[in-house]
Design a protein around this ligand. Structure first.
Ligand SMILES: C[C@H](CCC(=O)NCCS(=O)(=O)O)[C@H]1CC[C@H]2[C@@H]3[C@H](O)C[C@@H]4C[C@H](O)CC[C@]4(C)[C@H]3C[C@H](O)[C@]12C
Length: 325
């Protein structure tokens, strides 16, 4: 399972929990403006907007998991196995493979409105990056620094772009169905509940937090969608960058998966491998990993963004405990 959010207290903070059981050797990667992109069915691009994200690098190609560009547009790919459907090459359409979608949009768009325009005549092409890598069944959340979010899904009925008023995405089912399920929890509240059950009886509200009694807590996609939408929508605004980044990670970590709870096959468990937080306004990527709770950061504007070569930083680190005595 994975969860992605955009939190907008003043600046806009975008990112995700990547929950899975297979490590692909992801790194933090900066793709500078003059790194050349060759597409399968679109013209080669010698220069474009720069971006930063988490990526697998294969044959010097950035296979992105999530990233933001220098104009403040963010995108993350989350598993969507089942409803997902990609297409063979279609005449009269922009044919974009699933692994090209992120670099193509980040290279060419500043806002989610630009993305809607560019995808109006697009189709996702069913081609893998190489014979030894499977096609990833994904849907995508995109957010921009004006505070808008959208979701892109390719299903048998075609390519769909939905406005995302809750700024949250998890996995199945399709996005409109996830939104509908929020109604089942419309009365969940941070306040202690009013007794409307037996108003004539003086109930002993025996605990704090009873307004969240019905909030789901499962690892499944729908439960995480509802829980993180609630946590995000009630999150406080911090007074500075450090406070906002701290708030952001508390929101995402409210739906993180510890090892041992989500068995995907005998004795093999999905867990939250990393969580990232990308400031869309400042171009800084913050991250924590399963084994390292410290918040690490990479600022894209401190790198040479006019370079032609990928710039990589380690993502997975050892635990870093500050012993006090
Ligand atoms: C597994 C990741 C999604 C995490 C997620 O949504 N988990 C929920 C699982 S489930 O619903 O409960 O089954 C996805 C997100 C981005 C994906 C990667 C990116 O698409 C980049 C390449 C694309 C290649 O085709 C496959 C390797 C790959 C490196 C992908 C591996 C894997 O599919 C990733 C890492």
């Amino acid at each position: 399972m994975c969860t992605s959010i955009c939190y907008s207290p003043s600046d806009h903070y975008f990112g995700r929990n990547l929950d899975y059981e297979i490590a692909y050797g992801q790194k933090v990667v900066i793709v500078p403006r003059n790194y050349e992109f060759e597409y399968r069915e679109l013209p080669t691009q010698k220069s474009h907007y720069a971006f930063i994200g988490v990526s697998v690098v294969n044959d010097d190609y950035p296979l992105l998991c999530d990233a933001i560009n220098e104009k403040g547009l963010g995108i993350a790919g989350l598993n969507f196995q089942g409803p997902n459907h990609y297409f063979p090459k279609m005449e009269g359409k922009k044919n974009i493979t699933s692994f090209e979608l992120m670099p193509y949009l980040l290279s060419n768009c500043e806002t989610t409105d630009d993305v809607k325009e560019i995808l109006a005549d697009a189709s996702i092409l069913n081609i893998s990056f190489s014979d030894n890598l499977p096609v990833a069944d994904l849907h995508w959340i995109l957010s921009d620094k004006s505070g808008k979010s959208i979701v892109v899904e390719s299903t048998k009925s075609g390519l769909h772009v939905y406005d995302n008023p809750v700024h949250v995405l998890t996995n199945n089912p399709e996005f409109p169905d996830q939104l509908i399920k929020l109604s089942d929890y419309a009365d969940v509240t941070p306040h202690n509940p009013k007794n409307t059950l037996v108003p004539n009886v003086d109930l002993n509200l025996y605990s704090r937090g009873l307004g969240t009694h019905h909030l789901p807590g499962g690892m499944d996609s729908s439960s995480r969608f509802v829980k993180v939408a609630f946590v995000l929508s009630h999150a406080p605004k911090g007074k500075d960058e450090a406070e906002n980044v701290t708030n952001y990670f508390h929101i995402l970590h409210s739906v993180e998966q510890p090892k041992g709870l989500d068995e995907v096959e005998d004795n093999r468990y999905e867990y939250t491998m990393y969580s990232d937080c990308m400031n869309l306004d400042k171009g800084i990527l913050y991250f924590t990993t399963y084994d390292n709770n410290r918040i690490n950061a990479v600022d894209m504007h401190k790198a040479d963004l006019d370079s032609k070569d990928l710039i990589c930083y380690d993502l997975f680190k050892k635990q870093d405990i500050e012993y006090m005595n």
